[in-house]
Design a protein around this ligand. Structure first.
Ligand code: ADP
Ligand code: ADP
Ligand code: MG
Length: 463
């Protein structure tokens, strides 16, 4: 088993990893930027080392500093979490070269899955369905126009290196393509340092259904069921559930098989997620991308399967064989996660981190809160605006919805605006209750969902 792990991340995921290490008797080394001196992951780690200024490029993305600290503190493994260097193939290779175990797949597997346009061809060859789209990247507006013509409008322009919903533009007609192409390319360049684009047919009113996979070094690849992440704003997930209510056992088995094939096609090891779009016919599904890391919403899968995914990551990276087989995976009850972000839904969702003046988290039976916030701390403007993940688990979906409503009623955060009230309204929306939400739901119903927020805001302003 690994003995000492450097956690190359921050925020709630750094805490999550730290906790799993503790429970396995693995020592932890935290790193932090100058902006994170007071952070909880720094306080709770065995040791903590400052690696540079607030800007991520100067700290959490500084590969040399991370490797130097790992070696100087005698670590044998590095856990990258999500975001930052988690899907950086060169970093995975650099760890291996430095004699450190990268807790994730090989650089080669990250490379294969990481270019979303190249992954499409690999998946096709492995018999995993993909949406109609460009064969490989589209290197010019002309190439994009030709590809769009052949798949038919509307289309989605997507960045090969994309993540977090960025570098994506919807195009309804040829006239709009050149502008969208330039915009998406610029956004991709700024966010990922890579502006290669590809193109897919836009699937109308689909659901986002993803499968959690685990693969060990001994040749076992299994899936741990599915998550429905259709409640999204601008291609970013807001509420996630496990299992996906719309899947019949037969469709779940077919999609699960495809997810396992997808992982095997890239020579995958460790925990990963295969994302699919499920067509509105509820039958056809298409591979979208493979995320080669632990996912933000992994907790809902843990609640319904009873499997600790970060523990499995650490065991797999230590060379141990999976101790669960596919037939041992049983889904118990239903779990829902709400991402609480420091953002103001009434003002275009602008991020608004700040000092936490008062904080109370819900608790009780079947409730889990993953957050690095505490009373008096400051949520830094330099990084992601996610403040907490609230999770509820109950025997049935309706009970899980009721429990999550109760959680949001108890939850109290003073100091900056959040999307908590919006999530609460979603949990009362008939489409959500009936599990009919597609990825279009939130954008289509946003004004109606924000009406209560707006009234509250107006009445407060008039006091
Ligand atoms: P998930 O599918 O796990 O919910 P998201 O796409 O929401 O993942 O991204 C998770 C986190 O990782 C977010 O903080 C997001 O900003 C960050 N992230 C995702 N992809 C990238 C990337 N390619 N580069 C940098 N950060 C990324
Ligand atoms: P990212 O790497 O940013 O997560 P994805 O390829 O996973 O990018 O797409 C993000 C979201 O965009 C999906 O969850 C889905 O809602 C939407 N999307 C992506 N591709 C398509 C498509 N071909 N048709 C319709 N919606 C899509
Ligand atoms: Mg995605």
């Amino acid at each position: 088993m690994l003995k000492r792990v450097l956690i190359a991340n921050r925020g709630e995921i750094a805490l999550r990893i730290l906790r799993a290490c503790r429970e396995l008797g693995i020592e932890t080394v935290a790193v932090y930027s100058e902006a994170d001196q007071e952070a909880l992951h720094v306080q709770l780690a065995g040791q903590a080392v400052c690696i540079g200024p607030a800007r991520a490029a100067d700290s959490y993305l500084n590969q040399e500093a991370l490797l130097t600290v790992a070696q100087a503190t005698g670590c044998d493994g590095i856990h990258p979490g999500y975001g930052f260097l988690s899907e950086n193939a060169d970093f995975a290779d650099a760890c291996a070269q430095a004699g450190l175990t990268f807790i994730g797949p090989s650089g080669d597997a990250i490379r294969k899955a990481g270019s979303k346009s190249a992954a499409r061809s690999l998946m096709q060859a492995a018999g995993v369905p993909v949406t109609p789209g460009s064969d490989g990247p589209v290197a010019s507006v002309e190439a994009a126009l030709a590809a769009a013509e052949s798949v038919g409008y509307p289309v989605l322009l997507k960045a090969s290196a994309g993540g977090g919903g960025r570098g994506i533009r919807r195009v309804e007609q040829p006239e709009d393509l050149p502008g969208a192409y330039a915009e998406a390319k610029a956004e991709a360049k700024a966010c990922f340092g890579d502006d290669e684009m590809y193109l897919e047919k836009l699937v109308l009113r689909p659901r986002h259904i993803e499968f959690q996979v685990l693969a060990d070094r001994c040749g076992h690849t299994i899936h741990l069921g599915d998550r429905d992440c259709s409640v999204q704003r601008r291609n970013q997930k807001l509420i996630e559930e496990a299992p996906a209510w719309c899947l019949t056992p037969a469709l779940r088995a077919r999609m699960g098989d495809a997810a396992v094939r997808a992982a095997q096609a890239v020579g995958y090891e460790n925990a990963g997620t295969v994302e699919f779009l499920l067509d509105s016919d509820g039958e056809h599904f298409y591979f979208m991308e493979m995320n080669t890391r632990i996912q933000v919403e992994h907790g809902v899968t843990e609640l319904v399967t009873g499997v600790d995914l970060v523990r499995e990551q650490l065991r797999i990276a230590s060379g141990l064989s999976l101790d669960i087989r596919q037939e041992d995976v049983v889904l118990h009850g239903h779990a829902i996660e709400c991402r609480i972000n420091a953002e103001d839904p009434l003002h275009g969702f602008r991020p608004c981190p700040g000092k936490v003046d008062f904080l109370h988290f819900p608790g009780g039976n079947g409730v889990r809160v993953d957050s690095c916030l505490y009373n008096g701390c400051t949520l830094s403007p330099y990084y992601d605006s996610m403040a907490a993940k609230l999770l509820a688990h109950a025997p049935t979906r309706v009970q899980a919805i009721r429990k999550m409503r109760r959680c949001l009623e108890e939850f109290c955060l003073e100091g900056f605006p959040t999307n908590a009230e919006l999530s609460y309204q979603i949990l009362y929306h008939p489409e959500f209750i009936l599990s009919q939400c597609t990825t279009a739901f939130l954008d289509e119903h946003l004004e109606e969902l924000l009406a209560f927020n707006r009234k509250l805001d107006e009445s407060e302003a008039s006091l």
